[in-house]
Design a protein around this ligand. Sequence first.
Ligand code: ADP
Ligand code: AMP
Length: 215
Amino acid sequence: MYIVLLGPPGAGKGTQASLISEKTGLVHISSGDIFRENLKNDTPLGLEAKGYMERGELVPDDLTIAMVKDRLSKSDCKQGALLDGFPRTPAQAAALSAMLAEWDKAVDLVPYISVPEEELIERLSGRWTSQTGRVYHVKYNPPKIAGRCDVDGSPLFQREDDKPETVKNRIKVYFQQTAPLIDYYKEQGLLVEIDGTQSIEEVGADLLAAIEQVK
Ligand code: ADP
Ligand code: AMP
């Protein structure tokens, strides 16, 4: 099953993707995590993506699509994947459909996690991330030991692009370039809206129920 998690930055896509991946065994693919890994390792892709990420802009479609296609073509994605942060433009959505069609697959479900804009800034400014990709929040989802990841005890860090000016730009970019995908997937009958203002557990339960429906 191929699931696309849609929603603005801070909606809870990464948080839920980790939980669902643990419960269903679906591989969690976060385009942002792959870019950050490339940045950390100074790869040519990381160097190309760096400026866009620092400004809170989208990395160009050609680079992003090639990167995700490469990841999705790996054997662990043959039975499905949980996409978090991709697609983010109509061109990326069309490319995803085309690559899946090449492999006789298709997008099965697009949960759209909706959260009002006012809440996103508070969520992103309190977000702490682990090198394992786990996401915490100082108030809403604190780690068991302050500053340490629950899974491997590694130190947590705040993302550079979670500073207020960059966050504002990322939200603007979301409304301009990604929000049109809500209608795109609605027209295909794939969209299920989930109330992202609920607790992490409640959002997770709604998502699992939506997945059960299409199994
Ligand atoms: P996204 O991947 O959509 O950008 P994250 O999963 O990183 O969002 O979540 C953004 C921040 O909001 C994190 O600090 C996370 O702990 C917190 N968060 C996620 N879901 C909820 C929720 N349902 N209620 C309150 N805070 C949440
Ligand atoms: P995220 O971790 O999803 O918040 O993404 C962090 C940053 O990585 C974004 O602000 C973009 O600069 C870049 N990025 C991640 N996914 C994409 C995508 N699908 N298209 C373009 N840029 C992306």
